[in-house]
Write a protein that binds this ligand. Structure first.
Ligand SMILES: [Mg+2]
Length: 224
């Protein structure tokens, strides 16, 4: 069966972060939060990426509240500055645009599914004029849910008029993308540009995704 749509994570999958370590990791450090990363990320994204805010400061205030901690104004400013720097210096990976065009030429729908605040992803999409590349763009702050909520994939299927078996989710995070897709019974592909992680459905660049479009590719090759 031929897959009908590819869902792309945004950061680290099609867009390279502008700062290193990643802004989400830096935020944990700046806020001096001593919680395991797995617990942190879920709580952070829930507080920062599932609703609209007037500005980044309001978003970070909500994060501070979620972790039941305090942050003086200069800490909030530091978070805002770091976050803006990441957005400003972010850029598509070298293979992003060509690989997506190639998939579209094969008749596959191409979408973004991103956990994001209301500002960063939109700014990058506009700056590089990427919006028209995608058939649909699903952003967590608009949907009110993160990728780890299987309900989000129900919404995506309904809007695309497709079934779960028709979809592939491509991402660079085991937790936010791969496990999220598996929980929602959607086929995951891990993008591992540095080729350091073990996973069956793995690509090292976005051009390799096309090899996964047909579930029965190997069987067909054997028959021929
Ligand atoms: Mg990512």
């Amino acid at each position: 069966m031929q897959k009908k749509a590819v869902l792309f994570d945004f950061w680290g999958t099609i867009i390279e972060n502008g700062v290193f370590p990643s802004p989400v990791k830096q935020a944990k450090f700046i806020l001096r939060l001593r919680v395991p990363f797995v617990d942190y990320i879920q709580k952070f994204e829930n507080a920062f990426m599932t609703q609209r805010f007037e500005n980044l400061s309001d978003g970070f205030q909500n994060v501070v509240k979620a972790f039941n901690t305090n942050a003086p104004p200069f800490v909030i400013e530091k978070l805002v500055g770091m976050w803006n720097k990441n957005t400003l210096l972010a850029k598509p990976f070298d293979d992003t645009i060509e690989a997506i065009k190639e998939l579209k030429a094969k008749g596959v729908k191409v979408c973004i599914v991103a956990n994001t605040d209301p500002f960063s992803v939109n700014q990058v999409l506009d700056k590089f004029e990427l919006r028209d590349l995608f058939d649909e763009i699903f952003l967590s702050y608009e949907e009110g849910m993160l990728k780890t909520d299987p309900q989000l994939f129900e919404v995506i299927c309904a809007r695309l008029g497709l079934n779960k078996e028709d979809l592939i989710m491509v991402g660079d995070s085991m937790q936010s993308d791969i496990k999220a897709a598996q929980n929602a019974e959607i086929m995951p592909i891990l993008i591992d540009r540095r080729n350091k992680r073990d996973f069956d459905n793995k690509v090292k660049n976005l051009f390799e995704i096309k090899n996964f479009l047909d579930d029965n590719l190997e069987d067909l090759e054997k028959e021929n």
